[in-house]
Design a protein around this ligand. Structure first.
Ligand code: GAL
Length: 415
């Protein structure tokens, strides 16, 4: 029987015969942009300070699809990494396969159940057992705007879809790229989440993206969501295809583009470029989605390992991730907000404070929904089926009415 103990330094596992020290973690993740790497360094530094080494296993690609493909190959080869960045339903799938370590001992000792919000616990726990440690809460229905262009064009933050479109028209007329976007399936899906919410509101988002109700998927509202995607498509520049999201963020940061619709990891890029929320850049909710938050939470799941030193390292990492000090240090750099409800917003910038308040408000008022694009609304196979339709439509393969019909069929086949 093992006991866990947090010491001043690394966490150690004490078996009846020996004390085992944490030594090293191999971490699979997709945090490869400037802002993401800066945030990851906070975690690396924390663990190194405890004497736990770090073997890096980065797999580039926002949203993590490529990372999940690599993970599957590693596990199939019988060589899982010790810790893996994971989202929502993927965590549940791996837990159902029995691949994840049980973190209950640590979770109980540190009282995770009292501080991790229910919306995250539904992904961090499987059949009542803790299987992952949540690092953050990101929300995806944000617009990032260049303040200098806003001022030059006399623009206020738009309060409606029509005002949003008018602002983009003004930017285009002045020679700017109106909407910085990267044509990758997960980025198209990220903006689509907000179009669905903006057109249909919370009940519709729930019916279409979470409950996968065929009537909602094929409805007039879904057609309208696709029409809004066409409007957005009209405002991206000619070189959007395949562009990484952080390069789109850079277009806003360096004054080439007015807006980017993206999760708040984009803020990490502005911060890494030395900019300040409310000054060089600003944030507001995608018009039509105010009062709601579509979220995703990066979590670290620990794969089953057998040697005591690796297990001790996993517990050291999970413990570090859940510490209140780490949650502040990491999330102020990453652009996300804490995965614990007991953290003060004092250290967060204007967008972070707004994000924390809106998250709490949405959670209290039925406005908090998992992001489809980031694995928190439905399982990976449905998510990928939706990606295919959304991206094919964005690239002109279908008109809006056909795309809505395709959603019904694609989801039915994937379920
Ligand atoms: C998300 C992830 C974020 C951010 C983003 C872009 O899926 O949750 O932490 O890294 O992808 O890479």
């Amino acid at each position: 029987m093992r006991m866990m103990k947090i010491t001043g330094a690394a966490l150690v596992l004490m078996s009846s015969t020996a004390i085992v020290h944490a030594d090293n973690v191999e971490v699979l993740h997709w945090w490869t942009s400037g802002g993401e790497a800066a945030a990851l360094n906070v975690l690396k530094g924390d663990l190194e300070g405890q004497g736990v080494g770090w073997t890096d296993m980065p797999v580039a690609g926002g949203g993590g699809s490529d990372a999940m493909t690599v993970l599957r190959a590693r596990v199939t080869a019988g060589d899982p990494p010790t810790a893996v960045q994971m989202l929502g339903f993927s965590i549940q799938d791996w837990a159902a396969e029995g691949a994840l370590a049980n973190l209950n001992g640590l979770a109980e000792e540190q009282g995770w159940a009292d501080v991790v919000p229910a919306a995250l616990q539904q992904f961090s726990t499987f059949e009542g057992n803790w299987v992952s440690a949540p690092v953050n809460v990101h929300s995806t229905n944000w617009v990032w705007a260049n303040s200098a262009i806003m001022a030059e064009l006399g623009l206020e933050q738009p309060g409606s879809w029509d005002e949003f479109v008018a602002a983009m028209e003004a930017a285009e007329a002045a020679g700017y790229t109106a909407l910085a976007h990267g044509g990758q399936a997960w980025q198209d899906a990220t903006i689509f989440d907000s179009m669905v919410m903006g057109v249909g509101g919370p009940d519709f988002y729930q019916a279409a993206m979470v409950d996968l109700d065929p009537e909602a998927l094929g409805s007039e509202q879904m057609v309208e969501a696709f029409q809004r995607m066409e409007t957005l498509r009209g405002f991206v520049d000619d070189n959007f295809s395949g562009r990484d999201w952080n390069l789109a963020s850079a277009m806003v940061a360096n004054g080439e583009a007015l807006f980017q619709i993206m999760g708040d990891w984009a803020k990490g890029e502005f911060i890494a470029a030395g900019q300040t929320a409310g000054e060089e850049f600003q944030c507001f909710r995608v018009p039509g989605t105010e009062g709601t938050v579509t979220f995703n939470s990066d979590q670290f799941a620990m794969f089953n390992v057998t040697d005591d030193a690796s297990m001790a390292s996993q517990m050291a990492m999970a413990s570090a991730v859940m510490s209140p000090e780490f949650q502040v240090a990491f999330n102020t750099v990453k652009g996300s907000v804490p995965a614990r409800t007991d953290i003060s917003d004092a250290e967060f910038d204007a967008c972070g404070q707004l994000g924390m308040a809106q998250l709490a408000d949405a959670a209290a008022n039925g406005g908090l929904f998992g992001s489809m694009a980031h694995g928190h609304a439905n399982n990976p196979s449905v998510q990928n089926a939706m990606y295919d339709v959304i991206t094919a439509h964005f690239n002109g393969e279908f008109d809006a009415a056909t795309a809505a019909e395709e959603m019904v069929t694609a989801v039915e086949l994937a379920m």
